[in-house]
Design a protein around this ligand. Sequence first.
Ligand code: SF4
Ligand code: SF4
Length: 384
Amino acid sequence: MSTDSESKGPEWQLPASGLARLHESLRAAGYQVIGPQVVNGAIVLRELSSAGELPFGWGVTLAPGGYRLRRRDDAAAFGHSAGPGSWKQFLHPPRQQLWSARRTADGGYSATAPPDTDAKLAFIGVRPCDLRAIQIQDEVLGADAHPDSAYARRRSAVFVVAVNCTEPGETCFCASMGTGPQAGPGYDLLLTELAGPDDHNFVVEVGSPAGDALLAELEPEPADPSVVRRARASVSEAAGKMGRTVQADGLRDLLARSHGAARWEDVASRCLTCGNCTMACPTCFCTTVEDVTDLSGDHAERWQSWSSCFDLDFSYVHSGPVRYSGESRYRQWLTHKLGTWHDQFGSSGCVGCGRCIVWCPVGIDITEEVAALRAELGEPQAGT
Ligand code: SF4
Ligand code: SF4
């Protein structure tokens, strides 16, 4: 389904009870099913032992540095914005072993790759911004001549059930970044949820042969045209309800000539260089490696874990970090994310999910920083 063009394929309709059948069919097909659920006051992504664990009736209130669950006045399962964790935790885990080595009797050593214990994953409830973030990580980690083999292996087995966004949050700006609220390509099935006092339905679209086969097991009805119209309208309206906007055009060039901007000092005076924004960001991919040995010295392991350009160690060369000041580290993050990412990977590194705004402990807002840079460098945001 598209908000501004006709759907490429037929649309189907499932009642809310169809989510349980979808979950059961995915489990029967051997998938570990991951989706949103309420845990400790937040909507996080975890294994769903049943569709009943989805956050029916829960929404969220978002603000810079603020996140609260709230009760909705309907039973929507996907009526919430991006939570603290993104899908990258499953495809590009926070910590993973790269190899281990054992000393051999002849004084040499033998190295072994970690066993492939990854389950086949099905993601339910992938929002359009996060669908695009997965594609960006595909380009970074899964493409080119030397892909991250563990990422590529996990990614190749994922079944994606995306959900069009009908209710963006106060910190969302995916419409500005061209990544939502309508999902782009990359899903196996796409849902649009319609939850009201009288009905609770999903319009379903198919994006792959695997999605087609799975949907057939659910025996959906052809979608009622009036339901499809309501679904389209609700996604269209979501584009106008984003809490934030960014003027995305020209950002690469803006950032390229921003090196001496006074705004960097201003934001550095507020930034704690904690790295929360990079951990929460669905596209940040930087890692570090650590070698560990046991006390005997006969066994060693190399582990990879997420790192951040806000860490002093991240740019440590010889006797010190290249980016010592907080100012240089914030500038590095934003300049890469919105500027040089284009040169490296052919797109922006930001999908407008707003997580970095919500999970920044001092509420630094990337959209405000961009607007301030535009103003300082003589390119006011359109409409201001
Ligand atoms: S930079 Fe912020 S808004 Fe953009 S993708 Fe990362 S977390 Fe989301
Ligand atoms: S911008 Fe916010 S979340 Fe990111 S490093 Fe600075 S204080 Fe931490």
